[in-house]
Design a protein around this ligand. Structure first.
Ligand code: BG6
Length: 550
């Protein structure tokens, strides 16, 4: 992570440690003080860009949806926007019978319409000249022999200095065989912290889902650790690449105003909502095995909780930040045994209407079993056993085919201890709420009471709004752009560490165990286009509270 304060003095070895750059990463600090640079022309030359060293990125599963819709557009946008160095190359691996030329043509077709920057002939030619392809099965050692030769040639031709970024974008069952083969064939090798800064680097980026449960996450971590050191492993949770999620940290830890009230003394409860209007789309094969708890809660929602509830780290770097996230996750009390039935509600969407359009139920979707018990909705209540949050309920809610796409974190504050206005008339006041709108209407809203103009003393609840669109012209680049660039730079701050992923799974495991012991014949249904099953309302209303209607 960039520490702009170092721009005021010579860069030292300690800065390198504090920025958590990999031993061979460029020291690359973006000067965020553009105004200051203008005022003082001498500062101009100090602005360093975040440009990584040249490397070859090897993408396994290059014909898949993720590569086509997310990775390639992000890489193209990065290349056009110039943070990628000359010589940056992509070596795609998949089972498709493609030549380099076919691969380039397929990628162009796939990414058109998904990039922020429109494709021009000139920039495409330059980007495409760095695309290469290897065909093969992921569990066949012959694939890795071909890959090794091809990598060496591409590396030499493109002067990538042996720097390699491996990206696992395949179905998760291939993560272990790919890692093992990379190690066995000597394509990837372990690098510990204090390697010579002049040697080349190799790192691996692992996509979600990282395991299916706690034991499989342990096993995957062990398999990866047998080839790579933790410092080389970048576990993606794309929510951490979202500007608005990083802004939770800026909001909490760069302002004096909110931190003193950010605790059980002032907060009544927290609601974290990740609602999607889309259904399972074309991912049913994966989703049938996952369900909403694994797909959203174990990863994205626990990350949202961590950044909201963690203690202030001393530094903005990979270890300091992740230490605090792990610490707060370890204080979460997972529901166990009979509590699971009380504190966790699951449901499945039935046919209904979204935006006036009729949509099928989950059981009617392609590749979904007509008797499936996979949940497409979860609501749950968790608590955090520590001094800051004891007794503050955290309500989570996520689902597919809800009325609209909205992700938000709402901090609902307590009522004032005494309201003197009670005696002057009927009041329709609601407690303060601070809502961090993660997407799609990115911003922050504070709800508070105000006097209605006029001779009478009437109060009403009003809102104060910050919108990214108005302040910055938008919430910036796609999460994948930021994360891919960080992985190339060797900055792990926005990636999940091994203990973080395993702690997150350990919170879900008692729920998964409880569910697998139940003899169910069906799940509570909710009509598509509604806010989930009735039982979800019971979960929160039992506590005298209500779900927000975002
Ligand atoms: C993915 C899940 O990780 O996140 C999907 O697997 C979900 O099921 C997606 O739709 C949501 O991401 P976003 O960025 O659209 O909120």
């Amino acid at each position: 992570m960039s520490d702009t304060s170092v721009l005021n003095r010579p860069v030292t070895g300690l800065d390198l440690l504090a920025t958590e750059m990999d031993h061979v990463g460029h020291l690359s600090i973006r000067d965020s003080t553009d105004g200051a640079a203008e005022a003082n022309p001498l500062r101009k030359g100090l602005a360093l860009d975040r440009v990584p060293a040249p490397c070859v990125m090897v993408i396994f599963g290059v014909s898949g949806d993720l590569t086509m819709r997310k990775l390639m557009p992000a890489l193209y946008d990065l290349a056009v926007g110039l943070p990628l160095p000359e010589g940056f190359s992509i070596l795609g691996v998949s089972r498709r019978d493609w030549s380099d030329e076919d691969f380039r043509a397929e990628m162009r077709k796939a990414i058109a319409g998904h990039t922020r920057t429109p494709i021009t002939e000139e920039s495409w030619e330059s980007f495409a000249s760095g695309l290469f392809y290897v065909r093969g099965n992921f569990d066949d050692s012959a694939t890795y022999e071909t890959l090794k030769c091809r990598l060496e040639t591409v590396d030499k031709e493109r002067r990538a200095n042996g720097n390699r970024l491996f990206y696992l974008a395949t179905p998760p069952s291939f993560y272990e065989p790919i890692t093992e083969n990379l190690g066995r064939q000597g394509i990837a090798y372990r690098q510990d912290i204090y390697s010579d800064p002049m040697t080349s680097w190799n790192r691996i980026v692992v996509e979600k889902p990282f395991g299916h449960d706690l034991p499989s996450a342990h096993a995957l971590n062990a398999a990866i650790a047998s080839v790579f050191s933790e410092r080389q492993v970048y576990r993606i949770d794309h929510y951490l690449g979202k500007e608005t999620v990083q802004n939770v940290l800026a909001f909490r830890f760069a302002n004096i105003l909110f931190e003193p009230v950010w605790s059980r003394h002032y907060v009544d409860h927290i609601q974290i909502t990740v609602a999607e209007a889309l259904g399972v789309e074309n991912r049913a094969t994966y989703y049938e095995e996952a369900g909403a708890l694994r797909d959203m809660v174990q990863s994205h929602m626990l990350q949202l909780l961590a950044v909201t509830a963690m203690e202030p780290p001393a530094f903005f770097n990979g270890n300091a930040l992740r230490d605090e996230k792990v610490k707060v996750l370890r204080s979460v009390v997972p529901p166990e045994g009979n509590d699971v039935g009380v504190l966790v509600v699951r449901g499945q969407y039935a046919p209904g209407f979204i935006d006036g359009r009729q949509v099928p139920g989950y059981r009617q979707e392609r590749d979904v079993s007509p008797t499936t018990l996979t949940e497409t909705f979860v609501a749950l209540k968790l608590t955090i056993d520590n001094w800051r949050w004891a007794d503050v309920p955290i309500y989570f809610r996520t689902g597919k085919r809800l009325p609209r796409r909205v992700t938000e974190i709402a901090i609902e504050f307590k009522n004032v201890p005494h309201l003197m206005f009670k005696t002057v008339g009927a009041l329709d006041l609601q407690p303060n709420v601070l809502t961090m709108r993660i997407q799609p209407d990115e911003g922050i809203t504070l709800r508070f009471a105000a006097k209605v103009p006029g001779a009478a003393t009437k109060l009403r609840t009003v809102r104060m709004d910050f919108a990214y669109g108005a302040a910055f012209g938008g919430a910036g680049a796609d999460a994948y752009e930021r994360l891919l660039l960080d992985a190339m730079l060797g900055d792990p701050t926005l990636f999940a560490r091994r203990d973080e992923v395993e702690t997150a799974w350990s919170l879900m495991q008692p729920i998964l165990d409880n569910w697998s012991n139940q003899q169910l014949t069906g799940l509570p249904l909710y009509e598509a286009g509604t806010w989930g099953p009735d039982k979800a309302d019971v979960l929160i209303e039992r506590d005298g509270r209500a779900w927000r209607r975002p």
